[in-house]
Design a protein around this ligand. Structure first.
Ligand SMILES: [Fe+2]
Ligand SMILES: [Fe+2]
Length: 269
């Protein structure tokens, strides 16, 4: 296996005009994505990852300008590093296409977003688990067709999947709902890793033996507890490196190591 270093960011939720309880509390505490994102990227400059993955919720119900801002900061600070993103349940697809991908407005659709890149002979496939808009994630038949077609590429040494929702019982109502086609693919050994976010907490796990890396939010975390979601002001990102033996090391970087609880929301009965 070729060594590869992957920077994994998620749930940036850049939305300077968002007027929610949590967003307003973060502002009162002087916590801004405008500081957190450059702080993360200044560190990544020293790490020199082969690719940056952003697993969804880049913005929060935002129009193109907020996506444009995230892209601009990435371009300014990491101009030579490829970036692959996936759509989160809070991202508006046409705004993402216009602001982040720089597609002309007249051509930017709200269709599901699938994409892929090849780096160091590995294929990264971004799949849209948020298209059927609910809190939990699923893949449509179209998403599975896209993945299966990509897996036919004989010139790659392995494939990594990006999706917004984690495949994780612990994520309760926020989790991805597994399907038979994906289960079959994961059991083939062709998928070297799965990257996702959405639960604003950091987990390393495995799904049918495939390593799964779930990043916390770069803006604000929450804990999925048995009876409630507990929002706090912790934030972070991770770096996952695979060596030539296929072994991996996942390193977590926390931007606010002494978090305080902001809001707790009980689940609806
Ligand atoms: Fe999120
Ligand atoms: Fe999300």
């Amino acid at each position: 296996m070729n060594p590869i270093t992957i920077a994994h960011l998620s749930d940036i939720h850049y939305a300077p005009t968002e007027n929610s309880e949590v967003a307003n509390m973060l502002r009162e505490k002087n916590i801004y994505v405008e500081n957190l994102l450059p702080q993360c990227l200044e560190h990544l400059k020293t790490v020199k990852p082969d690719i940056i993955l952003i697993t969804g919720d880049l913005t929060h119900e935002s129009e193109a300008d907020d996506f444009r801002y995230v892209r601009q900061v990435l371009t300014e600070l990491m101009p030579d590093t490829p970036v692959l993103a996936t759509i989160g349940n809070h991202d508006i697809r046409h705004a993402f296409r216009t602001g982040f991908l720089n597609i002309p407005e007249s051509e930017a659709t709200d269709e599901p977003y699938y994409d892929s890149v090849i780096i160091n002979d590995y294929q990264f496939v971004s799949l849209d688990s948020s298209y059927i808009k609910r809190l939990e994630g699923i893949f449509t038949d179209e998403a599975m067709d896209y993945l299966e077609e990509k897996l036919e590429n004989p010139n790659v040494k392995g494939t990594f999947i990006l999706m917004h929702h984690p495949i994780m019982k612990r994520a309760r109502h926020l989790a991805f709902t597994m399907n038979d086609r994906l289960e079959k693919i994961l059991k083939t050994g062709k998928i070297k890793g799965i990257f996702n976010g959405h639960v604003h907490s950091n987990f390393a796990s495995s799904v049918f033996g495939v390593p799964q890396f779930t990043s916390e939010s770069l803006k604000t975390d929450f804990d999925v507890l048995s009876d409630r979601l507990s929002y706090n002001d912790r934030s972070g990102y991770q770096i996952v490196s695979f060596d030539e033996n296929g072994d991996f090391l996942s390193e977590r970087f926390i931007l606010n190591p002494k978090p305080e609880i902001l809001v707790e929301r009980m689940y609806k009965k």
